[in-house]
Write a protein that binds this ligand. Structure first.
Ligand SMILES: [Zn+2]
Length: 407
């Protein structure tokens, strides 16, 4: 047992609630290797220590707190992430970490003796909100992305990943991927649902079947800078118009195809009210039910943007910054998690959001996800929410799942 009495779910939740929360919006700014996220990381270390868990930290800053019990076999690991999108919600990420710590405590109180180690994980930069590549920590740990590819990534202030990590003491020569199926028997990530499927089904807990393929695409549009007053309307080469039509086309094409496309970030140069801009850079997030549908949707939007650029006399370049294929979670594992509960089976449903569990699954580690009902479905927003009874149902569901998988 640990040095002190470990906190239960509600105490842990209250302790982390103020960290990184903006007064103005009530949303969270927990960007990786910056103050609030580091405070959460320190909190995680304290919680691991209070429980007497063995802390493993990899060169990238990912953590696993191990409950070593029984023989040293590949472990059953559960957890999520502590970072947030810009102005994000409280639940996306931390709910999976806090329920994991609480579930371990539930199992210990019950006197459960696992047949293999159980680990609680926290992966860094899951959202890609600072360096632009989602699931960066799990990608580096598994080798899905190499250190050589990632070290030079820059944040909005021009700080390189390597520099940001060194600034918080993560300075390792030539770090190597290490996370594979020889370490992990399986991975389970509990997450707040980012939609309303569970509300519609009247269920507090669900299990993931698959993650839709998704990608981030940068649209660089250049035009001719000029005076906003003296330049005749017909003489302009305005990249803002090309962008505006592209955003409308993305919305329309996604609706028509039953898929998702979003422009959520735009930069314009020189960003001046009385100038026709010289350039617009905009980022599109697109998600579809299949890899083919994603390629088709992005292709259609790009073609329409090119046609509009021709008419506007602007130039367009589209770059796929990251594309993740569809992930089908291990169906046997999903059934093992979802079936034969007292209150019936938990529903199994797909998700349109990427997760570390998807990265681990794609790297050959059997993975599963539990979802906790979100009454509005709103996520990546200060309004993201889960009711406390549902969070506590999540703790019980996760404890039961760990018991099944580690027996
Ligand atoms: Zn998340």
């Amino acid at each position: 047992m640990g040095a002190s009495v470990p906190d239960h779910f509600e105490e842990m939740w209250r302790a982390i609630e103020p960290i990184g929360r903006a007064d103005r919006s009530g949303g969270y700014f927990r960007q990786p290797f910056a103050a609030a996220e580091r405070e959460l990381d320190g909190w995680f270390v304290e919680q691991a220590s209070a429980r007497g868990l063995r802390l493993e930290t990899d060169p990238f800053g990912n953590r696993i707190a191990w409950w070593d019990s029984g023989p040293s076999l590949p472990g059953v690991v559960t957890g999520s992430h502590l970072d947030s999108v810009l102005d994000g919600g409280a639940y996306d990420g931390p709910l999976g970490v806090v329920t994991a710590l609480a579930a371990v405590e539930v199992l210990r109180e019950r006197g459960f003796r696992p047949a293999r180690p159980i680990g609680v994980s926290a992966f860094v930069e899951e959202e890609g909100s600072r360096f632009g590549l989602a699931c960066l920590g799990s990608r580096l740990a598994t080798g899905a992305t190499t250190w050589e590819q990632a070290r030079g990534l820059r944040d909005r202030d021009g700080v390189q990943l390597e520099e940001a990590m060194a600034a918080v003491g993560l300075e390792v020569e030539n770090p190597q991927p290490w996370l594979g199926s020889e370490h992990l028997a399986c991975f389970v990530e509990l997450h707040v649902e980012q939609g309303r499927d569970l509300v519609d089904r009247g269920a507090a807990i669900g299990v993931a079947s698959r993650i839709w393929p998704h990608g981030r695409y940068r649209f660089d549009i250049s035009g001719e800078p000029n005076h906003a007053g003296t330049t005749r309307m017909e003489d302009r080469h305005d990249p803002m118009l090309t962008y505006a039509m592209t955003a409308l086309a993305a919305n329309k094409q996604a609706r028509v195809a039953g898929q998702r496309a979003t422009f959520g970030r735009v930069d314009t140069l020189p960003n001046s009210t009385n100038s026709v801009p010289s350039g617009v850079t905009a980022w599109m997030d697109a998600r579809c039910e299949s890899d083919e549908a994603l390629a088709e949707l992005v292709g259609t939007i790009t073609r329409q943007a090119e046609e509009r650029a021709d008419r506007d006399g602007t130039r367009l370049a589209v770059t796929a910054e990251s594309v993740s294929g569809a992930v089908d979670f291990d169906p046997d594992l999903a059934r093992r998690v979802a079936e034969d509960h007292e209150a019936g089976d938990w529903p199994i449903l797909p998700t349109q959001a990427g997760h570390d569990a998807g990265i681990l699954s794609a790297q050959g580690i059997p993975s599963a996800m539990l979802f906790v009902r979100n009454p509005t479905g709103v996520s990546h927003s200060p309004a993201e929410h889960a009711e406390m009874p549902d969070c506590l149902a999540g703790v019980d569901a996760l404890a039961e799942t760990l018991q099944r998988l580690a027996s």
